[in-house]
Design a protein around this ligand. Structure first.
Ligand code: CA
Length: 236
């Protein structure tokens, strides 16, 4: 059974989320305090985390940061203020989705289902067509960058890098067509649902985060190259 962690201090909202998700067949765990929620997120396996931003103990922004350093699980931020969405985007914290209160519970369930399905598909990907570079089946290797598709893992210089689902999808998309520039529009359309709140700027924010994680010097990238007027490509 898929497990969802809800970190939410407003009892009525936590209850609403829990009831709808339980009815939809998910196993749900609720934490109402930021510190306890973070500990739980980092010590147990979940398939999705719903994270409120304003929490006692520790706020959602810093909890998300901690989760992202260690885990690839999809995270949906739940915010009381529309203004927060701009802040979330600006920070490029690596959330997979956002919802503002009040939200429709069926919308919440639909999004949770879509994220979990996508996460499962990624983590169980089967080897398919591999570009050159002497990679083993199911792997893409570009110089010191190695993507193990069946395991959903990325290594740079032999060291494992922890990426969010979106960062991983973005890297995989680019690395599947090495040397070929992909436009922001193309990347946005293939990786983000149209219903998402995000816009095209999301692509640049994710590219930036990805570079910070895989490039020795993000300001002079070896792997993800900006092709002016065209988009991004993986240098081969
Ligand atoms: Ca709250």
């Amino acid at each position: 059974m898929n497990r969802v962690l809800i970190i939410e201090d407003e009892g009525a909202i936590a209850e609403l989320e829990r009831d709808y998700l339980t009815l939809s067949g998910y196993e749900v765990v609720v934490e109402s305090d930021g510190v306890a929620g973070k500990e739980r997120a980092l010590s147990e396996e979940f398939d999705m985390i719903l994270l409120d931003l304003m929490l006692p103990g520790e706020d959602g922004f810093s909890i998300l940061e901690a989760i992202r350093q260690n885990r690839q699980v999809p995270v949906m931020l739940i915010s009381a203020k529309k203004d927060d969405i701009d802040k979330i985007r600006g920070l490029g914290l690596g959330a997979d989705d956002y919802l503002t209160k009040p939200f429709s519970p069926s919308e919440l369930v639909a999004r949770v289902r879509a994220h979990i399905d996508r996460y499962k598909r990624l983590t169980s990907m089967v080897p398919e067509d591999i570009p050159a570079n002497r990679a083993k089946p199911g792997e893409i290797s570009i110089r010191q960058l190695l993507i193990k598709k069946p395991l959903h893992e990325v290594y740079v210089d032999g060291k494992k890098v922890s990426l969010s689902v979106k960062e991983y999808e973005l890297l995989l998309k680019l690395a599947s067509r090495p040397g070929e520039p992909l436009t922001k529009e193309e990347l946005f359309e293939s990786l983000w649902d149209k219903n998402n709140i995000g816009d095209i700027k999301t692509v640049a924010v994710h590219i930036k985060r990805l570079r910070e994680k895989i490039e020795k010097d993000p300001s002079s990238p070896e792997y993800i190259e900006t092709v002016w007027g065209q988009g991004y490509r993986i240098k081969v």
